[in-house]
Design a protein around this ligand. Structure first.
Ligand code: CMP
Length: 154
């Protein structure tokens, strides 16, 4: 079914979902609306969204897979430096399509027209996070949203 924005489409898209976070660098630079518009232009529909400032323990848990990496302390300091905007996004092939839409981790290596190429400052301050698998999308969605917070059919 083509994205139409109606409830029927939202319901049909429930198995095609991913988690994105507009990161503190982009929020602080007033890019939240521009990035949302960009993602909607790529066919993503928002099923849940909120703004929050992560606590250090929460950021550490979210990025626990990177705990042993040299950039981990700096990544955590950056992620708690200001508000971020996590959201659940719906689209067919949501995980793979969003990864393509955001581009490579380092904006200098990201393809033209990707979110990071357009809006990111550096490999760390890279504007947006996206889940890298369906399994992590479920885990990351539950990290930020209760089931009742996410739009679903009745
Ligand atoms: P993200 O997709 O959120 O997943 C892990 C984050 O760690 C990544 O985006 C970057 O913000 C950051 N990161 C990954 N590699 C590096 C690196 N080599 N140096 C600094 N930050 C990095």
């Amino acid at each position: 079914m083509e994205p139409g924005g109606d409830l029927e489409w939202y319901v049909s898209a429930m198995s095609n979902r991913t988690l994105a976070i507009i990161k503190p660098d982009a929020v602080a630079r007033g890019l939240t609306g521009k990035i949302l518009a960009h993602l909607e232009g790529e066919g993503f529909h928002v099923a849940a969204i909120r703004m929050l400032r992560l606590r250090e323990s929460e950021a550490g848990e979210f990025y626990s897979v990177h705990r042993s990496r040299p950039f981990f302390p700096s990544l955590i300091a950056f992620m708690i430096s200001g508000p971020c905007v996590p959201m659940v996004l719906l689209r067919d092939a949501a995980v793979a399509t969003l990864r393509r839409s955001i581009g490579a981790t380092d904006p200098r290596e990201a393809d033209a027209g990707t979110v990071r190429r357009l809006f990111a400052e550096s490999k760390e301050r890279n504007a947006i996070h996206a889940s890298d698998s369906d399994e992590n999308a479920v885990r990351e969605e539950r990290f930020f949203f209760a089931e009742a917070d996410v739009l679903r059919g009745q």
